[in-house]
Design a binder for this molecule. Structure first.
Ligand code: C2E
Ligand code: CA
Ligand code: CA
Length: 691
């Protein structure tokens, strides 16, 4: 999410928020903002505490000064009263005057003591001095009283010499104290007033600044929280959508499908609409991707996504499930006819070629359709059934196919067979037949191709076409291929022990070429049977290599490094990429039998075979023609310079013992076979057909 979703206003409180968020990463921003919030709160609290404390101190000081001033004034007044009482006592005498004088003296003393207490420990010495002065004054008054009774004539002089100076001394200090304390109390009050004024000004300023900062940090925090939630929303979108086309992905389709099935279940069986799923697989996409490159492939996928979105009915969900596989979920479809009609529209829309940089590319698609039956609640099942229907559409070339109950049987049978095949590999029900490869230059036959069959306990001998495609869709193809390589090498070792040097070829599948452990495993098997690597050839089709060219290249290189010979099988039948052959460590090209078997009758096929032979030779490869069924074809191949031939003309694939017999008889002069071949006989009539 860019800044466009944030607040647009610049200036005011927003600008610092932006600046901060831009300068720092999201996580750091939120940490800084939180720390800032805490800091502002701490500063505000510290300010409040300090202000309160200093105000309390100033008030306390002012109160103390006021108390001191009060007692100083009190002492001054008492002193005056004491002096009056002393005068009366001296003039009139008597107990009453004495009592009045004593009371006044005590009041002065008390005032001085209170003054000392109020002034605090620092003034203790000073106050002690005052008390001493006062005591001396009292002694002088007592002396005056005695003199005036015993020698009245000396009284006046005594008063002037002894009493008055002591009175003046104490009066003087008390007067000074009164003045001092007045000034001090005034200053303290001024302090209080100042501190209060300061507080009055500073409090709004500090709290204003604090609030502004709080606003900034809260703004930053809110913004970063918004960004985090926006990021979370984006992540969720990414997790549920395909990056290239922007369409919902498989996970999202499942979610939508589950919701639709739940809604259908809530509506109950009375509902006249059903959930339908269309699975769309492009027929020619791999070729485009492999030959023109991924950039072209991507453009095609985006175009397909757009076309699908344009033809789907309202409310439908279009999703990209994987590479070239799309799906359409119709949550409220009127029925099978309506679903089929949408499928036909989709099919027609993808029939039109896609134009990429001036090149018209034909993609075409096969569409599998399934309509959920009432009560069906499993999207996985729906997808699986749509997938089966889609494969049926591909196999039949019908474009669109609707899933029906009959598919369940077919599917169950296939699954069943796959389970049995797993056991068959482990229990050795797979047997190898060997078909000779005949040198067209007349040398003795020294190579065979191992072709696997399944000796099924109930169904008899099954052809590879029945079970290899099944195995190739699962990881079972790995143990299967290893089993065949191992058995072929064991046979090869037996022949070698019996004095026959025969090279043996084994077929490998696309998945095997994505398996990094294939080469080390083959090396181990070669060691196990003591067979030189040059006696083993591995055959693979171009499409098997093209499934994952980079991985295949590395696996093939590892195999070639072992000394194993590599052959491209069914050459010319697929989407031939000559660059591929040139760059791979391949030794042999096997021309597909579709060209070879018809070359006697079809000039174009003969021309293709000639071109392939020439091309292969130019690349330094040995050329094998497959499917040679008659003498005429063999002669033509000799004339074209083809190196090796394989086909019913020489021999069908045979069990090892029969092959040995063939090698000892017909194989000795195979180029002119002793037994004439029967070319047009259907080759697998005794074998059951694929389910
Ligand atoms: P492929 O590799 O092209 O094998 C040659 C097929 O052509 C064999 O069929 C063979 O019997 C048949 N053939 C040979 N000569 C002629 C002929 O003159 N005319 C005609 N019409 N056909 C001829 P098969 O044994 O049924 O094998 C079919 C395919 O099954 C093989 O085609 C190969 O792709 C696959 N396959 C066989 N064994 C294995 C295996 O061990 N592993 C793997 N991955 N695939 C295997
Ligand atoms: Ca082969
Ligand atoms: Ca072949």
């Amino acid at each position: 999410m860019g800044t466009t979703t944030g607040v647009r206003r610049v200036g005011g409180r927003v600008a610092p928020v932006r600046v901060l968020s831009r300068l720092l990463s999201r996580r750091v921003t939120s940490r800084v903002a939180t720390a800032g919030l805490v800091l502002v709160l701490v500063v505000l609290t510290a300010f409040s505490v300090t202000a309160a404390v200093s105000n309390a101190r100033a008030t306390d000081k002012a109160q103390r000064s006021a108390a001191v001033a009060h007692w100083a004034e009190q002492a001054g007044r008492s002193l005056l009263a004491q002096e009056d009482a002393a005068d009366t006592l001296v003039a009139e005498g008597g107990a009453d005057a004495q009592a009045e004088y004593d009371e006044a003296a005590a009041a002065t003393r008390t005032a001085l003591q209170e003054l000392g207490r109020a002034a605090g420990a620092a003034q203790a010495e000073r106050v002690a001095g005052w008390l001493a002065l006062h005591a001396r004054y009292e002694v002088a008054v007592a002396g005056l009283l005695a003199v005036s009774t015993q020698a009245p004539a000396a009284a006046e002089e005594y008063e002037e010499d002894f009493v008055d100076p002591h009175y003046e001394a104490i009066e003087d200090v008390v007067q000074r104290a009164v003045e001092d304390q007045r000034t001090e109390a005034g200053a303290a009050l001024a302090d209080v007033a100042r501190s209060q004024r300061l507080l009055l000004l500073a409090t709004p300023a500090v709290f204003g600044a604090g609030l502004a900062l709080l606003g900034v940090f809260l703004g930053v925090l809110t913004r970063s929280r918004l960004q985090v939630s926006a990021q979370a929303a984006e992540n969720e979108h990414q997790a549920l959508h395909d990056a290239l086309t922007g369409l919902p992905n498989r996970t999202r389709l499942r979610q939508v499908g589950e919701r639709a099935l739940r809604a259908a279940a809530v509506d109950g069986p009375g509902r006249d609409r059903a959930v339908a799923l269309l699975l769309i697989d492009l027929d020619r996409f791999k070729e485009i991707n492999d030959t023109l490159g991924h950039a072209y492939g991507d453009v095609v996928l985006v175009a397909v996504a757009q076309r699908l979105s344009a033809v789907v009915p309202a409310g439908a969900t279009t999703a990209r499930l994987s590479g070239d596989e799309f799906a359409l979920l119709l949550p409220a479809c009127a029925g099978e006819d309506a679903a089929l009609e949408t499928a036909q529209r989709v099919h027609a829309a993808l029939q039109r070629p896609v134009q990429v940089e001036g090149v018209l590319l034909s993609v075409e698609a096969s569409v599998g359709v399934v309509v959920a039956s009432p009560g069906q609640d499993d999207v996985g099942k729906l997808l699986q059934h749509a997938d089966i229907a889609m494969y049926a559409a591909k196999e039949r070339g019908s474009g669109v196919c609707l899933y029906g109950p009959e598919f369940d049987v077919h599917n169950a049978e296939r699954l069943n067979l796959l389970g049995e095949l797993r056991r068959a590999v482990e229990e050795g029900e797979l047997v190898l037949h060997y078909q000779p490869k005949v040198s067209l230059s007349g040398e003795p036959v020294d190579a065979v191709e191992a072709l696997v069959r399944w000796q099924h306990p109930q169904r008899g001998l099954l052809a590879p076409d029945v079970f290899i495609p099944l195995a190739e869709r699962t990881a079972l193809v790995h143990p299967l291929t290893r089993h065949v390589v191992d058995a072929a090498l064991q046979q090869c070792a037996r022949w070698r022990a019996a004095g026959r040097v025969v090279r043996v070829a084994v077929n490998v599948s696309a998945r095997n070429l994505c398996d990094d452990s294939l080469a080390p495993d083959v090396a181990a098997m070669l060691r196990r049977w003591g067979v030189p690597a040059s006696c083993l050839e591995l055959e693979m089709t171009e499409s098997a290599i093209l499934a994952d060219p980079a991985r295949a290249r590395s696996v093939l290189q590892d195999l070639a490094d072992l000394g194993v010979t590599l052959a491209i099988d069914d050459f010319g039948a697929g989407y031939t990429s000559l660059g591929l052959v040139k760059d791979l460590p391949v030794h042999t090209l096997k021309i597909d039998r579709s060209f070879v078997s018809a070359m006697g009758a079809d000039g174009a096929d003969a021309f293709i075979v000639r071109s392939l032979v020439d091309l292969g030779h130019h690349l330094g490869l040995s050329i094998v023609a497959e499917g040679v069924e008659d003498r005429c074809t063999a002669d033509l191949l000799v004339a074209l310079g083809c190196d090796v031939a394989q086909g019913y003309l020489y021999s069908r694939p045979l069990p090892a013992a029969q092959l040995e017999a063939w090698l000892d008889t017909a194989g000795l002069d195979a180029q002119r076979p002793l037994v004439p071949a029967t070319p047009s006989r259907p080759r697998r009539e005794s074998l059951p057909s694929a389910p």
